[in-house]
Design a protein. Sequence first.
Length: 77
Amino acid sequence: MSDLPADLSSALDAAAKLPRLLVTSDFDGTLSPIVSNPSDARPLPEAGRALIRLAELPSTAVALISGRALRDLRALS
């Protein structure tokens, strides 16, 4: 039995049955805590590992969403 709410569990079950999956996540405040100096932001280690594991799944793509310049996001993530 899952500790997840029933609607979330149902949504996850439905997503798992899709032929292709796109997982998106914001960077600041989601993968990385909000910090005073944006250049000090770093993803939480467990968040980075989770995205890597997701990206390794077949037919699954992972994307980061951010207002940052792409080169900055690449360097920070």
